[in-house]
Design a protein around this ligand. Structure first.
Ligand code: HEM
Length: 482
């Protein structure tokens, strides 16, 4: 009986909250703190806000509809959190660059626990600056240019295996393996095969559980991922001990992290090292795999452009002793057309569509209040797809990068400010190397007619772009290969 009364009371309370909500909303319109008011927009239903509207459709349609209705700054509520979304270059710069100290990075707890709470992208201030310097120097042009022969080897081995299989492959999944291998190379240099296998096996479980419902029920994907994350720490511990025993001083990311000492002679703990290694692997993999998959799709859909890219790359291959020699750093910097294709793919796909920050104090922007504790989301994709900055934004046109550089803060595929991507040069390098070998020695055909975008959570072509690959030398006639 008591339970029935309790449930009845609960239902009445819930219904009265719902029914009174439109009135509350009316009252709140025009709410002001000091002289500034909240940005325009709708907060949706109590607690859930507009989560259903966001997740039941292409998120970009949600953002675009809002932008058209309210302008370049608007409020909403997603997953229980009040948010302010910003769709102008100036607003993105305000949050990420000029007033970055007023906004801290914010991620769900479950994600932070999975990657490791000491990873640099969860931090601000001194700790972030110190870690960032280490990551940046291991990914600087001077460091990554030495990786070219190894990246070429990894790219060729991947391409050969897809062609040899004669099967339809999921391009995105295969590109993930490629970018994982390049990530391992930049972190550990040459790593013993046995360690690499163990890292890969456990990392895959973490990757699967990362976006699953965060429940610790044994057997759930999230629980399995947490267990695998613990095993990753053990494996990294073994690698670190071995390096210390052999007194190896390497210039890779692990070397930089191990050699670090602050002003007081303090070194980094093994947890800090492990969280940052997993963090970098994580930041490097799906993002790079996604953009390379998009490049393949765009080149496949634009045969004339593909021919022009082939001409550029074949000339480079010829100047390299018919492909006998390795690509040089200078050559990778001179792939003018291929580089434009890469930039336009980054713009079109906008792999990181937006990012999250949280206001650490009440902030005023252009007369609007962003209250302390609210999430703030600069919408990169809306900026990249705004016709004011990129004419005919839905049209894939690499030549737009030929005429003039984009206006400041309108092209931010790698973010902006203190947290901007330190891996951007490596990501571009690996994409250019893979495309070089792909178009000079292989052919590919996209299988199936599925079009559209799949979010997982990064945007990738539908179905991961199923494709078949051939080695050009095994295509004696036109009708045997596409
Ligand atoms: C096409 C590929 C990539 C894209 C589009 C991309 C994009 C981004 C973006 C937009 C951010 C900033 C996020 C924010 O401000 O909240 C970021 C941060 C980061 N990226 Fe990348 N990234 C890519 C590849 C890589 C690679 C290859 C690495 C490392 C090898 C890497 C490592 C990182 C790290 C460590 C951060 C955090 C930096 C910090 O908080 O200071 N990324 N990336």
């Amino acid at each position: 009986m008591e339970t029935t009364v309790f449930i009845l009371l609960y239902v009445i309370l819930f219904l009265s909250t719902l029914l009174s909500y439109p009135f509350l909303r009316k009252k709140k319109r025009g709410f002001r703190i000091g002289r500034s008011k909240l940005p325009p927009g709708s907060m949706g239903w109590p607690y859930i806000g507009e989560t259903l509207q966001l997740y039941s459709q292409d998120p970009n349609i949600f953002f675009l509809t809002k932008q058209r209705r309210y302008g370049e700054i608007f409020k909403t509520r997603i997953l229980g959190c009040p948010c302010v979304m910003l769709a102008s270059p100036e607003a993105a710069r305000f949050v990420l660059v000029t007033h970055a100290h007023l906004f801290k990075p914010t991620y769900p707890r479950s994600k932070e626990e999975m990657i490791g709470p000491c990873a640099l992208f969860f931090h601000q201030g001194d700790y972030h600056t110190r870690l960032r310097k280490l990551v940046q120097s291991s990914l600087s042009p001077d460091s990554i240019r030495k990786l070219i022969p190894d990246i070429e080897r990894i790219a060729l081995s991947a391409l050969d295996s897809w062609a040899a299989s004669r099967q339809v492959v999921n391009t995105f999944s295969e590109m993930k393996k490629f970018s994982f291998d390049v990530g391992i190379l930049s972190i550990f240099g040459h790593l013993d095969g046995c360690y690499k296998e163990k890292l890969e096996e456990n990392y895959r479980i973490v990757d699967k559980g990362y976006n699953s419902f965060p429940t610790r029920i044994p057997g759930s994907a999230y629980h399995k991922a947490l267990q695998a994350r613990k095993r990753l720490n053990q494996i990294l511990g073994e690698i670190i001990s071995e390096r210390k025993e052999k007194r190896l001083v390497e210039k890779d990311l692990l070397g930089h992290l191990l050699n670090f000492k602050d002003d007081k002679g303090q070194t980094l703990s093994e947890d800090q090292i492990a969280d940052n290694i997993i963090g970098v692997l994580f930041a490097a993999q799906d993002t790079t795999a996604s953009v390379i998959t998009w490049i393949l799709k765009f080149l496949h859909d634009h045969p004339k452009l593909l021919e022009a890219v082939k001409t550029e790359q074949k000339a480079m291959q010829q100047s390299n002793n018919g492909g006998e020699g390795h690509l040089t750093w200078a050559q990778t910097r001179n792939m003018t057309l291929t580089h434009r294709v890469l930039l336009e793919s980054l713009r079109m796909a906008s792999i990181i569509s937006f990012t999250f920050r949280e206001a650490v104090v009440d902030v005023e922007y252009k007369g609007y209040l962003i209250p302390k504790g609210w999430k703030v989301m600069p919408l990169f994709r809306n900026i990249h797809h705004n016709p004011e900055f990129f004419s005919e934004p839905q049209h894939f046109d690499p030549s737009r990068f030929e005429q003039a550089a984009p206006k400041p803060n309108t092209f931010m595929p790698f973010g902006n400010g203190v947290h901007a991507c330190p891996g951007n040069e490596l990501a571009k390098l690996e994409a250019l190397i893979l495309i070089h070998h792909l178009v000079t020695q292989f052919r590919w055909e996209v299988v199936g007619s599925e079009s559209g975008i799949q979010y997982g959570p990064f945007p990738v072509p539908q179905g991961g772009l199923p494709a078949r690959f051939w080695k050009e030398s095994s295509c004696p006639s036109q009708n045997m290969c596409p």
